[in-house]
Ligand binder design. Structure first.
Ligand SMILES: Nc1ncnc2c1ncn2[C@@H]1O[C@H](COP(=O)(O)OP(=O)(O)OP(=O)(O)O)[C@@H](O)[C@H]1O
Ligand SMILES: [Mg+2]
Length: 369
């Protein structure tokens, strides 16, 4: 049989976003057909390693899982975008002296060093100039510095390559979320949004105002913290605590609370109490970032929370946070811009695919450029 030459020479621009989390791997693949974006497929692969699995072995297992998924779904993609977050990356918004692009390229390591808490030799450093300003009569540039630990970047490259894909982009979780947010809510709208992606080990926070990101930070309060608090109060192991968390959620309204008391549902009351305690701690950390943002002469206060990650499925979490922060909370639907196409994706999967979707969109953006 003669191979389809057109197909060989012009491979479909399949775009695979691969979000390798500590709880699950999330995969989103879009294709562009006649300028129309189509959802080719999505996947959410749970990860459960034995306690003694070595890091190298974990990487091989993850790569194999991705490979199996692509094969099963018949996705013949070449390129992928993956991301790093947590301890592996630091993002700083800083003011640097005004320099020409050439001068900056030569001196960036020296300029950035005071802001980066890692050894500059161990990181890949990138930067982006947001604009010129004058401070104390001196011309300066507002700059975003991104330092990602080489080791973490290399791990992701190794996994993606091991899965048979070309790791074209290694992004940052928070930036992927911003790409998605921009796609869903394009253009400046005179307000600021807080993006919170609550996963298993880490919560990615960004504040986006007028289409520009102002604060990016990862907070180490997430799903595992909830499980630990619930395990303590129920005196059970983490796995049972997690199951109770999924089953019971938070009690927010007076009716819910009264019903739980009336039913002698001690488990529901305890789970809610433990989860609310963790959310208060998260609130304290998030408030710090909001205060920091406001102290930078922000023109817009936070008017909305855009919630994603597996933990957005915790029963009543949006209601709880809306009451706490006193702003509306929207749970992410990363396929909202696709209309009817994504109607078969289960509601609890949608918010977990936010980072993967942003990564896949990032690829698309780059094709267009
Ligand atoms: N229905 C549910 N109710 C409550 N929590 C849930 C539910 N479904 C998933 N979760 C929680 O979501 C968390 C996993 O979220 P997610 O898949 O976004 O993490 P991850 O991206 O793999 O982790 P990380 O980015 O932190 O490494 C787990 O703590 C899990 O218990
Ligand atoms: Mg995650």
């Amino acid at each position: 049989m003669i191979p389809n030459l057109a197909k060989l020479m012009f491979p479909a621009k399949d775009i695979v976003g691969v979000d390798i989390g500590s709880y699950s791997i999330k995969i989103v693949c879009f294709v562009q057909e006649k300028k129309q974006l189509k959802l080719k497929d999505w996947g959410c692969i749970p990860l459960a390693f034995k306690a003694d699995t070595a890091p190298e072995e974990k990487k091989a297992i993850i790569a194999q899982e991705i490979k199996n998924y692509l094969k099963k779904k018949g996705i013949q993609a070449r390129y992928a975008a993956a991301s790093v977050s947590g301890n592996a990356v630091i993002v700083r918004y800083v003011k640097l002296p005004k320099l020409s692009p050439k001068e900056l390229a030569l001196t960036i390591n020296v300029e950035a060093e005071p802001f980066i808490p890692f050894d500059i030799k161990d990181v890949s450093l990138t930067y982006h100039i947001l604009g010129d300003i004058t401070e104390d009569g001196q011309p300066k540039m507002e700059t975003v510095l991104v330092a990602a630990k080489n080791e973490a970047v290399n791990d992701k490259i190794e996994i993606i390559s091991g899965a048979g894909l070309d790791p074209l982009i290694i992004d940052v979780d928070s930036f992927a979320l911003e790409t998605l947010y921009e796609k869903l809510f394009p253009g400046p709208d005179g307000s600021a949004a807080l993006l919170l992606n609550i996963g298993y080990k880490v919560t990615n926070l960004s504040i986006v105002a007028q289409g520009v990101t102002r604060v990016v930070r990862d907070i180490f309060i997430a799903g595992a913290t909830f499980d630990k608090a619930i395990a303590k109060i129920l005196k059970v192991d983490a796995a049972s605590a997690e199951a109770a968390k999924k089953k019971k959620g938070l009690l927010v309204s007076d009716e819910d609370k009264e019903a739980a008391i009336g039913d002698f549902d001690k488990e529901a009351i305890s789970v809610s109490k433990a989860a609310a305690g963790v959310l208060k701690d998260l609130y304290t950390e998030v408030s710090r970032s909001i205060d920091f943002y406001l102290s930078q002469g922000a023109e817009h206060s936070i008017s909305k929370i855009y919630l994603s990650g597996g933990m957005s499925n915790l029963g009543n979490i949006a209601k709880f946070m809306a009451a706490e922060f006193r702003v509306p909370v929207e749970v992410a639907n990363p396929f909202a811009f696709l209309g009817e196409q994504a109607r078969n994706v289960p509601a609890d999967v949608l918010p977990t695919l936010a980072v993967a979707s942003g990564l896949a969109l990032r690829r698309l953006k780059d094709w267009e450029e």
